[in-house]
Design a protein. Structure first.
Length: 330
């Protein structure tokens, strides 16, 4: 595989993960970084030789790229992603695919028109563990999933603003919504409730997201899933994982800081550990898809990510109405 020249739009904390992930791969070279904050872009570029920009349009116009990473806030995903795909440029788009279903639909349509590879960054924490599940659960019915995402996270300005980012439900919770869909199939309705206790935000701090919330998902298969999300103060321990209860299996997937799959299936003990760093396997899949010009070879395609966004939007509606909301209901 020839080395693929990669550009990056956004230089926040998740971009730092992408830089580390790319740095371990001979197949890719980070050549350009764009951020509204030039100093932040320059800090991320230090030691890479990457050029820096403040306008993503300049980056696309001036750089000869083989792929683009978009890791800006979700409300800003549509414009650079649609533009890059319009140039036939493969895109690795951070999750969630967008903030609104309208923006998601535009990205999906742009990917279809372009035919370029486009991956959305779901499931990257545990790809090799997910590869194990079909064999372990063959012939079984999943009855219950229990996902937990509890712990500190950075209080970015857009994170605490529902319109800008969606906070715990969209930004953090949707990773578990996508895992639930991947493991047990489509979600047909959602119930949700939020707490009134502020776990992480200081008194008077701006923002309108819920620090703690729980979602209850009804799946088309008849299974149930719960997703519990809590944003806690820095220094508190976290819990990030997924329990899978099936007719002849009880499994636990731990997703951070250890990436393991343990439990019992068909009477046999299960103990697996991820063989690669969290982002590496996802990036290898993406780069392979780019080299083969195969949009279907990525882990999560735009239509699939848009389906996860539809579940998250239904959950937001359920929080507003205190009722079960069918997925796809406006």
């Amino acid at each position: 595989m020839d080395t693929i020249r990669v550009g990056m739009i956004g230089a926040g904390w998740i971009a730092q993960d992408h830089r580390r992930g790319l740095g371990s791969l001979a197949e890719a070279e980070l050549v350009a970084i764009c951020d509204l904050d030039r100093e932040r872009a320059e800090a991320l570029a230090e030691g890479t030789g990457a050029r820096t920009y403040q306008d993503w349009r300049d980056l696309l116009d001036r750089e000869d790229l083989g792929a683009l990473i978009v890791c800006v806030p979700p409300a800003a995903h549509r414009e650079p992603t649609v533009a890059a795909l319009g140039h036939g440029l493969p895109v690795y788009l951070e999750k969630p695919i967008a903030r609104t279903s309208e923006d998601a639909a535009e990205i999906v349509a742009a990917a279809e028109r372009s035919g370029a590879v486009c991956a959305v960054g779901y499931q990257w924490h545990a790809l090799d563990l997910l590869d194990e599940l079909p064999g372990l659960l063959a012939g079984q019915q999943i009855g219950l999933l229990v996902g937990t995402s509890i712990g500190p996270t950075q209080s970015r300005q857009w994170f605490v603003d529902m319109r800008a980012g969606g906070g715990n439900l969209l930004e953090r919770g949707s990773h578990h919504l996508d895992l639930a869909r991947t493991v047990a199939g489509e979600v047909v309705s959602v119930q949700a409730a939020s707490g009134r206790v502020r776990l992480a935000r200081k008194a008077g701090e701006a923002g309108d997201i819920d620090d703690a919330l729980t979602m209850l998902l009804e799946l088309a298969s008849g299974a149930l899933a719960t997703v519990v999300v809590a944003w806690t103060k820095p220094g508190q321990p976290g819990s990030y994982g997924l329990d899978i209860i099936a007719s002849d299996a009880t499994l636990r997937m731990d997703l951070d800081p250890d990436f393991t799959l343990t439990g019992v299936s068909n009477g046999q003990q299960v103990s697996r550990r991820s063989a690669s760093p969290p982002l590496e396997r996802s990036w290898r899949r993406f780069l392979h898809a780019v080299s083969e010009h195969d949009p279907a070879a990525v882990v999560c395609t735009p239509p699939d990510a848009a389906a996860t966004l539809a579940v998250a939007i239904a959950a937001e509606r359920a929080l507003e109405t205190s009722r079960a909301v069918p997925v796809g209901t406006p």
